[in-house]
Ligand binder design. Structure first.
Ligand code: MN
Ligand code: MN
Length: 309
């Protein structure tokens, strides 16, 4: 039996890595041969979780068709967020909690999408449906994914089910939810030694919106000033990314996990789309968006509404 590779999106976050590991484990326990892989290095937050629960980071791949014929996607479906040679392999399953776009298959597949805060929440249901017990370390990673994606339940993407599942996972993982949660999120805000290039690629995704290609990067912090002192350097790098990769507009979303507000820094055009989408005025290419913490729910739809009409 050939192995199925399971992976999440480029610039992996804690949900993408944890859900790949958890889903590969579930597949292996239900008679399929699967391996979790990643499309990049785990970030600081994910490293904290892997280290805490003593799980090895998945092997990193840049292509998959050289080794397998079939793959399963977690935490994404859009082609431009996936592995570069996705079109050369068959997608047999998708477990995801994002909008569906740029995705089609030749054959029937298992597609499980639910509008919850985290892929790991859906996986928790799958484990229960398959009557597979979740081991402690996998529960710890799944819990970390929910904390990360919902910013410890503060994101508007968080549903009552995410909270309930997280509480159950915390029991299996044997951690104090709030205490562990804050340490995990803080580990992800350790940005001081990152180059601007690294900051812009920590958690960045590309979205086609009408005729405009929009790159949206998000970083979490407990002190946005620490990043804004490098604004000029960041903007120069964002313009270079636009030129090198064909993006029109680059939006950096700096999210304060303690105040639940974000500062956006914008490079490229049309900048006025940001002003229209969020009803703000840009000052020196920046604006504060109060209460905005979720790219998926509070940035992408609003910008799409302006740019794709
Ligand atoms: Mn993700
Ligand atoms: Mn996710």
């Amino acid at each position: 039996m050939s192995t199925l590779l399971v992976f999440g999106h480029q610039n992996p976050d804690t949900d993408t890595i944890s859900s790949a590991i958890a889903y590969a484990y579930l597949l292996n326990r239900t008679g399929k041969q699967a391996e979790a892989v990643a499309l990049g290095e785990p970030n600081e937050e994910t490293k904290f979780a892997l280290n805490y629960f003593q799980v090895d980071a998945p092997r990193i791949v840049s292509t998959v068709s050289n080794e397998v014929k079939q793959v399963a996607l977690v935490d994404h479906n859009e082609l431009q967020q996936s592995v570069s040679d996705l079109k050369e392999v068959e997608v047999t399953a998708v477990i995801d909690h994002h909008r569906i776009a740029n995705f089609e298959t030749a054959n029937p597949l298992l597609y499980r999408a639910e509008p919850v805060g985290c892929t790991a929440t859906i996986l928790y249901k799958l484990f229960s449906e398959e009557r597979v017990t979740i081991p402690k370390e996998i529960a710890g990673l799944m819990l970390s994914a929910i904390i990360s994606d919902t910013l410890l339940f503060k994101s508007p993407t968080c549903t009552p089910l995410d909270v309930q599942v997280a509480k159950e996972l915390a029991v299996i993982a044997d951690v104090e939810l709030e205490v562990y949660g804050l340490s995990l999120l803080k580990a992800g805000t350790n940005l001081g030694d990152k180059s601007v290039q690294e900051l812009l690629n920590l958690d960045a995704k590309t979205f086609p919106m009408g005729q405009t290609s929009v790159r949206i990067a998000q970083v979490n912090t407990v002190d946005e000033a620490e990043l804004l002192v490098r604004q000029q350097e960041l903007e120069d790098a964002m313009l270079k990314e636009n030129a090198d990769n064909g993006y029109d507009l680059f939006v950096l979303v700096i999210t304060n996990i303690l105040t639940s507000a974000s500062v956006v820094v914008v490079a490229g055009e049309p900048k006025e789309a940001i002003e229209q989408a969020f009803n703000v005025t840009l000052t020196n290419h920046t604006a504060t968006l109060e209460g905005v913490v979720s790219r998926k729910k509070q940035v992408v739809p609003q910008l799409t509404a302006v740019l794709a009409k």
